[in-house]
Design a protein around this ligand. Structure first.
Ligand code: PQQ
Length: 569
């Protein structure tokens, strides 16, 4: 185990996406003594999905739209504001945000902080002074594009992608020069091979992903131009293989009858070379995605014995309900076991890689199709998992939801919703809408699981003290024993938690644990957007499943930082 330097400079803490802190002062024996060390209010009571970063004894937080970046001085009592930077994004961008006005955080590298704004800008700010270094305009709100994701910095390149899969956007991932903001390459998720950066080195494992210009040929004519496949989730990087991994979102429109074909390269995963962007392999979790099962969830890189042999794999809990274990050098699926109740498919064929859809659950014109499980937000949405190299378990925050679906014809008008499908989401079997699952990838099954009343929409944190942390949508921040799942401590914050917990070492040598409270996102939009939940189709059908959230919590915008009282052992 490499010692932890106490910083946290990228969303998932390391390139491999582990969200694991090597700090071990807080243990199952003393966690019950955790107390609030300080708080900070971002002042914008929308969904707080952001992760706080720590470097140079400074904490950095980017808030929801208008995406103000704050720097807090950790060397002073109470961590006062050091500087704040207002990027002044275009207010109209709020009209093309699909799911509240969220931002998932910044990235720190070499004295600079990089972050995205809802109106499609990537900015670099001097970490010491808060002065703007550069900004790059990457997309167009008039086409329905927005940006919510946290950048990843690899080899002096800032990697960022767009949102807008519900607006007929064409998805992409771009690499910007960290020094200047210049676009070095941009890889689209649909269209001709030259736009997708598919060349002679592209070697997908399965035959269904081989052939020229599949990003055009697997669509009706021209449909790929407005076909989605946005890149709004997580990026990971393997420095030894020199491969970058990320998922592509759903094809547009949601109504699948308007886009016959596999709809490459949506709802899948790309492995690319960061220097050139060229694709090395691709695998499609949900070909011709029928249920908005974006493939953007995290790809957690671990080396672990599978069937007796040590393998370099990636773990991917997909929206479609399967926990994929994939050889990350080749794209071969080694296993794909369900981690929730699934009715939309009957498994993954490991010889062809194909998802075996259940045609009874296909959305069809003129019919209400019932008991579609998982629902569109999937078995798990963007809320990221954590991996502990000590317990060798993946800690997955997620949901248990099903839905009824009705389709209609979507017409494309630039910058407006392009969906053609209405849904009513509700709790899956058992009635609990949330789950927190510890998954053993070697055994291919869960080690333990906790049920929650509301969807678990926060990220997870694992620590070397053998604890795991997550928050609930009614405001509890919880610490569990990483080995048994036993609840050891909980604290009620003043709003539902959908943030990403993290841990750092303060200038005083103590371990701190931080999380944003402030409910929202797709699941919490009924609260952050003050919706009338009598309309079951509100928040794209999520309102139906979240009627009781309004009574359980209120909107918020507060950072909570916890520590043990000084001198605790
Ligand atoms: O296709 C897209 O471009 C896109 C973007 C986003 C986003 O940027 O937040 C979400 C989704 N899709 C989506 O499908 C989804 O479930 C979702 C949940 C949330 C959230 O913040 O809670 N965002 C998004």
């Amino acid at each position: 185990q490499t010692p932890d330097d106490g910083t946290w400079t990228m969303a998932a803490r390391n390139f491999e996406g582990h969200r694991f802190s090597g700090l071990d002062q807080v243990t199952p024996g003393n966690v019950a003594q955790l107390k609030v060390a300080f708080t900070f209010d971002t002042g914008v009571p929308k969904g707080q999905e952001s992760i706080t970063l720590v470097a140079d004894n400074t904490m950095f937080i980017v808030g929801p739209f208008p995406n103000v970046l704050f720097a807090l001085d950790l060397t002073k009592p109470g961590a006062p504001l050091k500087w704040k930077f207002d990027p002044k994004p275009d207010a109209s961008s709020q009209g093309v945000a699909c799911c509240d006005l969220v931002n998932r955080g910044a990235a720190y590298a070499d004295g600079r902080v990089f972050f995205n704004t809802l109106d499609n800008q990537t900015l670099a700010v001097d970490a010491k002074t808060g002065a703007e270094l550069w900004r790059a305009k990457l997309g167009d709100i008039k086409l329905g594009e927005s940006m919510t994701m946290a950048p990843l910095v690899v080899k002096n390149k800032v990697l960022v992608g767009n949102s807008g899969g519900e607006f007929g956007v064409r998805g992409w991932l771009a690499a910007l020069d960290a020094a200047t903001g210049k676009v070095l390459w941009r890889a689209y998720s649909t269209g001709p091979d030259k736009d997708v950066l598919i060349g002679p080195n592209f070697k997908p494992y399965y035959a269904s992903d081989r052939g020229a210009d599949l990003g055009v040929k697997t669509w009706p004519p021209d449909a790929w131009k407005i076909g989605g496949g946005t890149v709004w989730g997580w990026l990971t990087y393997d420095p030894v293989l020199d491969l970058l991994y990320y998922g592509t979102a759903n094809p547009g429109p949601w109504n699948p009858e308007q886009r016959p074909g596999d709809n490459k390269w949506t709802s899948g995963i790309f492995a690319r070379k960061p220097d050139t962007g060229e694709a090395v392999w691709f695998y499609q979790f949900s070909p011709h995605d029928l249920h908005d099962y974006d493939g953007v969830n995290e790809n957690v890189l671990v080396d672990t014995p599978i069937a007796g042999a040590n393998r370099k794999v990636l773990l991917h809990p997909d929206r479609n309900g399967y926990m994929y274990v994939i050889d990350r050098a080749t794209g071969q699926v080694l296993s794909a076991n369900p981690f929730v109740h699934v009715t939309t498919s009957s498994g993954v064929d490991l010889s062809t890689g194909a998802l075996r859809y259940n045609p009874q659950k296909d959305p069809r014109a003129g019919e209400t199709v019932r008991s579609i499980c998982p629902a569109s937000p999937g078995a798990k949405d963007w809320q990221p998992s954590a991996w502990s190299p000590r317990t060798k378990l993946l800690y997955v925050p997620h949901q248990n939801l099903c839905q009824d679906t009705v389709t209609g014809t979507a017409s494309y008008i630039a910058g407006t919703p392009y969906v053609g499908l209405e849904q009513k989401i509700y709790a899956g079997p058992g009635g609990h809408r949330g789950l927190f699952t510890a998954w053993d990838p070697v055994a291919g099954k869960k080690a333990w699981q906790v049920e929650e009343h509301f969807p678990v929409w926060s990220g997870a944190l694992a620590t070397a003290g053998d604890l795991v942390f997550y928050g609930t949508m009614d405001g509890w921040f919880k610490a569990l024993d990483a080995r048994s799942g036993k609840l050891l401590w909980r604290f009620k914050t003043d709003s539902g938690i959908i943030g990403q917990p993290m841990s750092y070492r303060g200038p005083d040598g103590r371990q701190y644990i931080a999380v944003m409270a402030g409910v929202g996102g797709w699941a919490g939009a009924v609260v952050s957007g003050s919706m009338d939940t009598r309309d079951a189709t509100g928040a794209s059908g999520f309102a139906n499943a979240m009627r009781d959230l309004q009574a359980a919590t209120k909107a918020g915008s507060k950072l909570y930082v916890f520590a043990l009282p000084e001198g605790t052992r």
